[in-house]
Design a protein around this ligand. Structure first.
Ligand SMILES: NC(=O)c1ccc[n+]([C@@H]2O[C@H](COP(=O)([O-])OP(=O)(O)OC[C@H]3O[C@@H](n4cnc5c(N)ncnc54)[C@H](OP(=O)(O)O)[C@@H]3O)[C@@H](O)[C@H]2O)c1
Length: 317
């Protein structure tokens, strides 16, 4: 049997940390040595036989890969203090993503886009959940020059409540959320826009997030102005050309929905033509699980590439 690579999960009791543990439970190339949580120390993790340990007891010298599933700002602090102790790090926070001010320290890891760079990286900035759907949808289209960038691109996005983390918040109580559907972050200044703008320079993104009363999943509906003669079939052909059948991207003919992605690590894309508009516009629909392809699944794909494994090893497709 081949060697199991020792890994550790920092912040394992949060939603993304728990999900990393669930993905790694089905991975045959790594062994989780520890998972930290101060508030849940001693309690069982999703990994059979493994309990949470306090962060101060993490033996970093034992691991080859660290997953940072920490609150914003804590990952940067952790890297400053401990970065040299662990050979490879996958940071699930926004602390090293494009637009963070620390992006030069890390490789932004989109496994289907820049696998060779990811493979050589020491520190990966794992993309955000909303940005993954938008960037993966638009990047190949921008590269091919089919987007009419004179017009704003309207992104209407909805996320389940796990997107806000596991710490209790009054506005996320069941009684507040259930049966409701509402936008938030109005005014086009959601914190994820920095990452999207830095990765898709020159595109005018109008991003409107909504809170969906489900636990998990993201659906993004994008009104995409395109150059004359460009249609949904062209868009789908460009995606298929960019992503092929590799990795975790699926291009489908119907409309992607949360049922396609909830609990797995896929990004599912669809494109549709529209009539009755002066500006040719294709509707793009992207579905992904905020905890899957939007966090843990993509983090494990990045880890796989860093370890020389096939990127899809262990992920849930
Ligand atoms: N939720 C999503 O859908 C999603 C998707 C993509 C990326 N992200 C990003 O991933 C990161 C984690 O998100 P999350 O939703 O998993 O958050 P979360 O549910 O709030 O979990 C945070 C984790 O960090 C630990 N923690 C808190 N303060 C800490 C500290 N000072 N030092 C060490 N550990 C600490 C917590 O456990 P203890 O307090 O018990 O130690 C917990 O395990 C965030 O930066 C978030 O933006 C989230």
């Amino acid at each position: 049997m081949s060697r199991l690579v020792p890994v550790g999960v920092l912040g394992g009791s949060g939603y993304t940390g728990l999900e990393v543990l669930r993905v790694l439970r089905g991975h045959d190339g790594v062994e989780v040595r520890f998972s930290t949580s101060d508030s849940e120390a001693g309690k069982p993790t999703p990994m059979p036989g493994l309990s949470f340990i306090p962060v101060a007891q993490a033996r970093l010298e034992e691991i080859e890969v660290a997953f940072l599933c920490l609150p914003h700002g804590e990952a940067a602090a952790w890297v400053d203090k401990n970065g040299k102790s662990v050979p490879k790090i996958v940071d699930l926070t926004a602390d090293h993503r494009p637009g963070s001010g620390r992006e030069s320290e890390a490789v932004y890891g989109l496994p289907e886009v820049n696998p060779a760079e990811v493979a050589k990286a020491r520190l990966i900035a794992n993309p955000g959940c909303y940005p993954t759907g938008v960037i993966m949808s638009l990047l190949p289209l921008q590269k091919a020059g089919v987007i009419d960038d004179a017009h704003p691109i309207m992104v209407s996005a909805a996320s389940g409540v796990t997107g806000a983390g596991r710490a209790p918040k009054r506005e996320l109580l069941f009684g507040e959320v259930f049966g409701d559907y509402r936008p938030y972050g109005l005014g086009n200044d959601h914190r994820h826009l920095k990452e999207m703008r830095a990765t898709l320079p020159g595109l005018q993104l109008l991003f409107v997030p909504h809170l969906l009363p489900v636990a998990r999943g993201i659906l993004e509906t994008i009104a995409l102005p395109v150059r004359a003669g460009v249609d949904a079939a062209r868009v789908k052909a460009l995606w298929k050309n960019a992503y092929g059948d590799r990795g975790a991207v699926r291009v489908i003919d119907g409309a992607p929905s949360l049922a396609d992605v909830s609990g797995n690590d896929l990004l599912v894309l669809g494109a549709f033509d529209n009539v009755g508009l002066a500006t040719p516009t294709v509707t793009v629909v992207a579905a992904l699980d905020n905890l899957g392809k939007g966090a843990a699944g993509q983090a494990v794909q990045n880890m796989n590439l860093m370890l020389g494994y096939e990127s899809g090893r262990g992920i849930r497709c």
